[in-house]
Each structure stands twice: as C-alpha cells, then as structure tokens.
Design a protein around this ligand. Structure first.
Ligand code: PRE
Length: 278
C-alpha cells in the first residue's frame, strides 16, 4: 500500500486530494506541518506527499515553493480540487452564540468577505488545518465556537453545518502537487515546473519568457519566491505546458544561457481544472 504524507488530519482537503488522485488503496500519513511532510519523504518514511501549492482566491503558498526547492523534491503529478467551505458547530449552537471561529489560514482567506460581513467581531483563530479545527470544536465540546471546513469534516466530527458556500467566489480551486524524492519518467507528461534565477540586468527575465514563447510553449504560471538572506533577489518558478515535447526540450536548452541555478522540479501530466457552473 502506498504511504502518502499530508499536512492535516482525516477530513482535511489534503486527504480528499490524496484519495481522489490515487483512487486505489493508500495509507494516509498525517503531519502537523508542511515541513514534517518534507522530512518524512526525505527520510524515506513515505514514498509520496500531497501538498497544496496555490488557491484561486487566496493565491500561492509561498512557503511550499521554498520547501520543494530546499528538500529537492520532484513533482510527479498534480490535482485540482473544487473547494466549498462550510461553517460548522456542535449541535444546538446557533450563529449568535459564536465568539470564536477556527480554520486553516488559507481557508480563512478564502472566506474573508463572508467573515467580515457575518462575523466582524468574532475572534478568528488560525489552526493547523480545517479538519483539526472541526475536531477541536467537537472534542472540546465548544458551545461558543465554530470551524470552517468541508462537508466531510462536519460528518466525521458530528458537527452541524450552519452556513455553506462561504468562499468569496464559487470558482474556488486548490491545486495540489504530488511529490516524490525521485523524478519519474512519464510518457504522458505535457506540463513541467521549472525554477531558476536571473541576473539583475534589463531584459533578463523577459529573455527567458520570450524563449518559451518563440518555441510555442504556453506559460501557465509564474511565481517569484524571495531568496532568504539575499534581499531583492528571487527564484522564479514557472509552469509550462506543451503540445510538442521537442519544443519544450528546445526551449529548456535555449534558456540555459540566460539563467543560473536552473532546476526542473518535475515533468508530469497536467491536472484537469473542471469549472463548476453553479
Ligand atoms: O486545511 C485543510 O483542510 C487543508 O487541506 C489545507 C488547505 C491549504 O493548505 O490550502 C487545502 C485546501 C484549501 O485551500 C484550504 C486549506
């Protein structure tokens, strides 16, 4: 059975992502932080990790970009999950009773407008993950608190859903990366994640991007990540997709002269972002 590390506990969105991606029997290994997820892979205690990297409302999880690079992890796949947020509390607790709301920081960001309009004076507490927030409300039998998370969390921890669709926009997706210690050759690969640094001169980054354009390679994401200890310097992470592998390989070879510290983080099959019309 594959051992998959996630940040969070049963009922979290990470667990959902892991089970949807692998479909078959997996053993989910729960971790308290993204760093401990990376440590488990690094020490061969798990084969694979699932890690959120960006959300369509809250933006990128910058810390995770840095972890992937620092731990030399390889991206072997990705999955997009449609995220719906619910407000949940112990049975009998009404919205008027709520003085504290617990959730994961990225989940809180996705519900910022709702929280501002519905609970402007409530204490919002960031917690390890959404499911752990629901579990805390349940285990401590809190009667003046609620959690924000998914429907499965409410079911698992016997909480009542008080409100649904808390996210600022219904088109709310989180992209999760499938990570491994070693690269895997994939004949079906049509997407890659690459990172590099460029010098401080005009056109340095533009040259790299133009090279991809000239080779008909579609850039789907660019993210700058601060280099700690080097103020004003960044690592650029880009995701590219292709129809022709040959064009991608040509572009990659051509950018070598314009970048330093080039690293191919993974070549994998792109995940499908299925837009929900509701
Ligand atoms: O708290 C959870 O349930 C998680 O799986 C974490 C996480 C995240 O890291 O972005 C995953 C998906 C959602 O975007 C909200 C939170």
């Amino acid at each position: 059975m594959k051992k998959i590390a996630i940040q969070g506990i049963a009922g979290s969105f990470h667990e959902d992502a892991a089970r949807r991606y692998f479909e078959d029997e997996i053993e989910v290994v729960e971790c308290k932080s993204f760093t401990s997820v990376c440590n488990l892979i690094d020490t061969d205690q798990v084969n694979i990790a699932v890690m959120a990297i960006e959300n369509s409302i809250a933006g990128s999880l910058l810390q995770n970009y840095a972890l992937i690079r620092d731990y030399h992890l390889k991206i072997i796949g990705e999955i997009y999950i449609h995220i719906q947020m619910h407000l949940m509390a112990n049975p009998g607790v009404a919205k008027e009773d709520i003085k504290t709301i617990y959730s994961h920081p990225i989940a809180i960001k996705q519900c910022a407008e709702y929280l501002e309009s519905q609970f402007p004076n409530v204490h919002i507490i960031e917690n390890q993950d959404t499911a752990a927030s629901g579990k805390l409300v349940h285990d401590q039998k809190l009667t003046d608190a609620a959690a924000i998370g998914n429907q499965r969390t409410a079911e698992l921890y016997e909480l009542d859903i008080l409100d649904s669709g808390l996210e600022t926009n219904r088109q709310n997706y989180t992209r999760f990366l499938i990570l491994s210690k070693h690269a895997r050759h994939n004949d079906l690969a049509n997407k890659a994640s690459v990172c590099f640094e460029v010098g401080h001169y005009y056109g340095a980054l533009a040259n790299v991007l133009n090279t991809f354009a000239e080779n008909k390679i579609n850039l789907t994401k660019i993210q700058s990540v601060p280099i700690i200890g080097k103020p004003n310097e960044y690592t650029f992470h880009i995701d590219v997709e292709w129809d022709s592998l040959e064009n991608y390989e040509k572009a990659l070879h051509a950018i070598l002269k314009n970048v330093s510290s080039l690293s191919v983080l993974g070549e994998y099959e792109r995940g499908e972002l299925a837009i929900h019309n509701q």
